[in-house]
Design a binder for this molecule. Structure first.
Ligand code: GTP
Length: 602
């Protein structure tokens, strides 16, 4: 198939507006999948994606469509819709020339439609507007049309009205793709030059090892070719090439213009860097311009409970992260919890997906600390440092060599029915938000932009936003940069000793309230000890709050009848095992359960 008959595109849509359903219909019409089988979301392959109903990684699927006597090759690149994965979105858009802009007829334009539209627009993608779910009783087509016209300046006459669910009118989209979306431009894609491809994504398969999704920009590549990774200089022999149709379908070769897979025949995913250029050994062609590196926005510490095999746990965690290269994974140590790992995630959803999985798989064997954001500290000597472990944050005394402290913000874009404007403003102000823009849309919706501290965003801001709008609000966000902030480290002390893993960084306005709350909560979870225990919260050299636990001897045998010997033995053994599960801070024993219970508050 000639390059001029290639069409590479994505679907831009707000969550639940029907992107996966529409993809399934397109795959049926082009015969990639059989309409009689249950095609529920062919593209959402990862387990997490099916479980949570969200797309995390970029996927692609190829289709061949016969139109006016010619064959056309479509590559539908599926990108994550959620904002946590913005850079992945940009990467997948980079291999496309067009986008289907999908809007739910009853919901109209929402935050993610707007945010992803701007990315597509800024990347010069050609847009085909589509109104979906026209079968719904609540569909308001004229309103959706008006919004598309007003907000995106697209023509009403170009809009396709479909029901992805019933398949109504979906067949009209395919000719539009051919007529309106350009083929990969010949100025950028050359079939007659030496092979060059950009790695768009990679994943791990238990049978064949690493699989790379690539955008072939120049030349061609086939099985047996020797290729080189520009970044590392590593060389491999290609084991297989092919397209996703919808599963892997091997081809004799890949050519420029294709978004397809290559199996390099090795197992270690650390050899592959997304954005890196592949070329044939000996050709020395220039590497393509890489992608921006994803920056983790949320960090947690993970520590094995006592008695858990550190090495084994590390292997098992590494395995979990193999499929998601955007997770930062480093060793760390804590006085209270011992050796563990620091994990960095792209956003709170990203973090919560993994936290859920970790807890499901490792349960009581893993203590996960409260999420934190990366703060920035500027020192007098002109140096600055990003701090992602709250305990490393300079406390009051050390501040003498600190000039300024900064906290990260996001630029939040919210849409919701107009009547909630006041409540949303109050919510934003209460979360130290800084207003940027308010716009009233034609459909009675408000579009509002606020700078919000990332620390508040990850503290279930979306949940609170839904709370004040009866669930009607949608949210999207982008990096909002660092701003100077009046922030302090708050430590929790047990009998005078700081529990480093429970330190937090807080804005001045939150210290009193959180300090009191934290000591109360820790008191609830601490076991009564054989001596008095004092719990304190300290910030800026000052004790904020204090609680005391009175001493009491705990006798597990007290309630038993003296003759019940075997039961007595069992209990003593159990108590001994229980002791193994304790961490000791300031001579106070804190059980893994207590740590977990305290940290699981969220
Ligand atoms: P994410 O992958 O979570 O972003 O969602 P999505 O945009 O892929 O939406 P999905 O295709 O999962 O559809 C969301 C819901 O809308 C599902 O329950 C679909 O069955 C339903 N849906 C999709 N298209 C239509 C349609 O044309 N009409 C009706 N009535 N429902 C639809």
């Amino acid at each position: 198939i000639p390059l001029k008959n290639y069409r590479n595109f994505i679907i831009v849509a707000h969550i639940d507006h029907g992107k996966s359903t529409l993809s399934d219909r397109l795959l049926e019409i082009t015969g990639v999948v059989n309409p009689t089988t249950d095609n529920k979301q062919v593209l959402d392959k990862l387990d997490v994606e099916r479980e949570r109903g969200i797309t995390v990684k970029a996927q692609t699927v190829s289709m061949i469509y016969h139109y006016k006597g010619e064959d056309y090759m479509f590559h539908l690149v599926d990108s994550p819709g959620h904002v946590d994965f913005r850079l992945e979105v940009i990467r997948s858009y980079a291999s496309c020339q067009g986008a289907l802009l999908l809007v739910d007829a009853s919901e109209g334009i929402k935050a993610q439609t707007v945010a992803n539209f701007y990315i597509a627009y800024s990347m010069n993608l050609h847009l085909i507007p589509i109104i979906n779910k026209i079968d719904l009783d609540t569909a308001d087509i004229p309103r959706a049309e008006e919004q598309i016209e007003e907000t995106f300046e697209l023509l009403r006459d170009d809009i396709v009205h479909v029901s992805a669910k019933t398949g109504l009118n979906v067949e009209y989209i395919l000719p539009k793709i051919i007529e309106n979306i350009p083929s990969p431009p010949i100025e950028k894609y050359h079939r007659d030059l030496p092979f060059r491809a950009q790695i768009v994504d990679s994943w791990y398969d238990a049978y064949v090892g690493v699989i790379m999704l690539v955008n072939v920009v120049d030349g061609s590549v086939k099985k047996g070719d020797k290729v080189e990774f520009c970044k590392t200089g590593e060389k491999y022999e290609v084991k297989e090439v092919g397209i996703m149709y919808p599963d892997r379908r091997a081809l004799p070769k890949l050519v420029a213009g294709q978004v397809a897979y290559i199996i390099p025949g090795f197992k270690d995913p650390n050899n592959v860097f997304v954005g890196d250029t592949l070329r044939k050994v000996g050709t020395n062609v220039e590497p393509l311009i890489g992608f921006e590196e994803p920056k983790p926005m949320v960090f947690v510490g993970a520590f094995p409970a006592d008695g858990t095999d550190f090495k084994k746990m590390e292997e098992s965690l590494q395995h979990l992260f193999l499929n998601d290269r955007s997770v930062v994974f480093q060793r760390t140590t804590s006085n209270a919890l011992g050796q563990g790992w620091k994990l960095g995630f792209l956003g709170s959803l990203h973090a919560s997906i993994f936290k859920e999985r970790l807890e499901k798989e490792h349960g009581k064997n893993l203590i996960i600390t409260a999420p934190t954001v990366p703060y920035k500290v500027e020192f007098k000597d002109g140096k600055s440092e990003i701090i992602s472990n709250p305990d490393d944050f300079p406390d009051g005394n050390k501040k003498s060599n600190v000039i300024e402290l900064f906290e990260p913000f996001v630029e939040a874009l919210m849409t919701f029915p107009k009547e909630y404007t006041g409540s949303v403003m109050t919510l934003c102000e209460n979360n130290r938000g800084i207003q940027k823009e308010v716009q009233y849309l034609s459909n009675g919706q408000t579009l509002m932009k606020y700078f919000i501290p990332t620390a508040h965003l990850i503290d279930d801001f979306f949940g609170k936003l839904k709370g004040v709008t009866k669930g009607y609000a949608s949210l999207d966000y982008d990096d909002g940069g660092y701003r100077p902030s009046d922030i302090y480290k708050m430590e929790l002390l047990v009998n005078g000793e700081s529990i480093d893993a429970l330190s937090t960084v807080l804005h001045k306005s939150q210290i009193e309230k959180n300090g009191r709350e934290f000591v109360k909560r820790l008191k609830e979870f601490l076991r009564i000890q054989q001596f008095e225990v004092i719990i304190q919260a300290k910030a800026n050299g000052r004790i904020i709050a204090r609680e005391t636990i009175k001493a009491r001897r705990k006798d597990v045998l007290a309630k038993l009848h003296a003759s019940d010997i075997s039961r007595r033995k069992k209990l003593l053994v159990k108590q001994k095992e229980g002791k193994k599960q304790l961490k000791s801070v300031g001579k106070v024993n804190i059980s893994n359960d207590a740590f977990q219970a305290f940290l699981r508050r969220e």
